[in-house]
Write a protein that binds this ligand. Sequence first.
Ligand code: HEC
Ligand code: HEC
Length: 385
Amino acid sequence: MTRAISTFSSCFVLGVFGLAGCQPPEAEPISEPEAELAQSSGAEFSQKEAMGKLMFFDPMLSTPPGQSCAHCHSPGAGFGDPGQLLPVSRGAHPDRFGNRNDLTAAYAAHIPPMEFDEEEGIWVGGLFWDGRAATLAEQAKGPPLNPLEMANPDAAAVVAAMRVAVYADEFKAVYGEGAFDNVDQAYDFMADAIAAYEMTEELNPFNSKYDQYLAGEVELSARELRGLALFEDEGKGNCAACHPSRPSPDGTPPLFTDYTYDNLGSPKNPEHPFYFLAPEFNPDGTDYVDLGLGPVVGDAALNGFFRVPTLRNVGVTGPYLHNGLFKTLYQVVAFYNSRDVAPWPAPEVPENVNIDELGNLGLTVQEMEDIVAFMLTLTDGYQGG
Ligand code: HEC
Ligand code: HEC
């Protein structure tokens, strides 16, 4: 489905259902029905969380208006971008595109800040594909000011929109009468409220078919069980080595990422719209190379490394990989399976490709399809079947 032009606020309403199609609207603050629609998961919220939710869904927090966080992180698409045809998200300016594929905001609350694990000698944790934000609140301060996303000129523009929002009084009730007085502080409060919402059960429901299976409430099909076994078998898929599939010792359900970084050797995506942006946004044109973790930690040996993403809701968050190269899960598994033995295009960053754990898995077509069937059990909101 095509992403509709983002400057239209009705995209926001439809986006909740993952539908495309927008009407040019008058710019107006989030309306009551929109707020109600956004309340649909049944989760209970504190005043701060409820306000954070209104902000997350507020299309007035972009310039031009029309793009909320939810636009690229829609509940109808596992809190990822409902637009699946483009490799990356479109900005509030419809002719601008980000340099990376969307990550889901769901379960991001579980991502630890980045840290160097001395024992293993590796980096672990951090938000974004390259780990550059330490916390949800720090992350939330990025998109409103990113010219390729919500594109506000400065924090003052965002705070001005918040001042006239339906939640302006609540903002003062939660953060104090003078909450809007200092722009930087008001902007921090916004990030704090959005982060509080992202920590709620609504974005962390743990109610996929697989969760219900782990709780002994439902059975997996024979195919899904075969897929699970292949996913975990070190001599087969070996996926769980980086995407752990069992609850941790403290009882936290599996998050399907160990928050480490790797270079899978993914080829460039020739359809990447970022290549074709004006030089002020991408001076390198088609020669642009996404170096991932390397520049963030100042270690060129880690160029091409990206953080292992969660696989929760992966059935509805395509396309896949940091550059949106693959449109289907089957293609992803096929790449893991035969990268080193079939004529795949060269890696974008050829140094440091992980050749130990993937690239030649020897899986049959049926085994690959079984693994895909298992990954489809990770979609939240399973109603029995
Ligand atoms: C134009 C689309 C777009 C908008 C609008 C947007 N995001 Fe994102 N979001 C992305 C992309 C793309 C990434 C990955 C970028 C990267 O890693 O460099 C991302 C990453 C994230 C992550 C990190 C997840 C992880 O696994 O590390 C969170 C959390 C998030 N966004 C929340 C938000 C919030 C909150 C807002 C609103 C303030 C927002 N996003 C607005 C596209 C968007
Ligand atoms: C060595 C660690 C490692 C192993 C083993 C591994 N993965 Fe991954 N996986 C990653 C990393 C890192 C990424 C992100 C890479 C990128 O975007 O460049 C990723 C991305 C993915 C994605 C794309 C998710 C998204 O939201 O874009 C899927 C699907 C996936 N892996 C499934 C699997 C399956 C299935 C297996 C087993 C056949 C597997 N992985 C084995 C590290 C691993």
